[in-house]
Ligand binder design. Structure first.
Ligand code: DHK
Length: 146
């Protein structure tokens, strides 16, 4: 495979990382996370964030046939958006669902992600560094080394 292309998609409110509930999300900004991902990248990546469900859906449609893998933090839309769930099915490639926090240790409204049944893997609770873990894990999924 040519250098794998990975799209990283972030949902609502993640643009406020850094000052958003630091006790839960830490103080790392999304721009810093993007920098970490670009340093760790072994191929082309797209790193995007939107507060709008439709924009996320458009990006997932665009990823079909382009991205070898998708890493998505749907944020609050994880628990409500059947439309994003359907768009993940349309994309059809490997998906890692990522949450900075351990959603299962939080309020019950955060316990059931609609996306998880179609995700190849779910990472939750590793904090901002989880993005780099997800990227490295995606490369391993795409090109197993062991
Ligand atoms: C991010 C959000 O914005 C929340 O709505 C989710 C997720 C958790 C995260 O941990 O990255 O519940």
């Amino acid at each position: 495979m040519a250098k794998p292309c990975v799209h990283i998609i972030n949902g609502p409110n993640l643009n406020t990382l850094g000052h958003r509930e630091p006790a839960i999300y830490g103080t790392t900004t999304l721009a810093q996370i993007e920098g970490w991902c670009r340093e760790a990248a072994a191929g082309p990546i797209e790193f995007r964030q939107s507060n709008y469900e439709g924009q996320i859906i458009e990006w997932l449609h665009q990823a079909r046939g382009v991205a070898d893998g998708v890493i998505i933090n749907p944020a609050g839309l994880s628990f409500t958006s059947v439309a994003i769930l359907d768009a993940l099915k349309i994309y059809g490639g490997p998906v890692i669902e990522l949450h900075i926090s351990n959603i299962h240790a939080r309020d019950p409204i955060y316990h059931k992600s609609l996306m998880s049944p179609v995700a190849t893997a779910v990472i939750a609770g590793l904090g901002a560094r989880g993005y780099v873990t997800a990227l490295r894990s995606m490369y391993e999924l795409l090109e197993p080394t062991a």
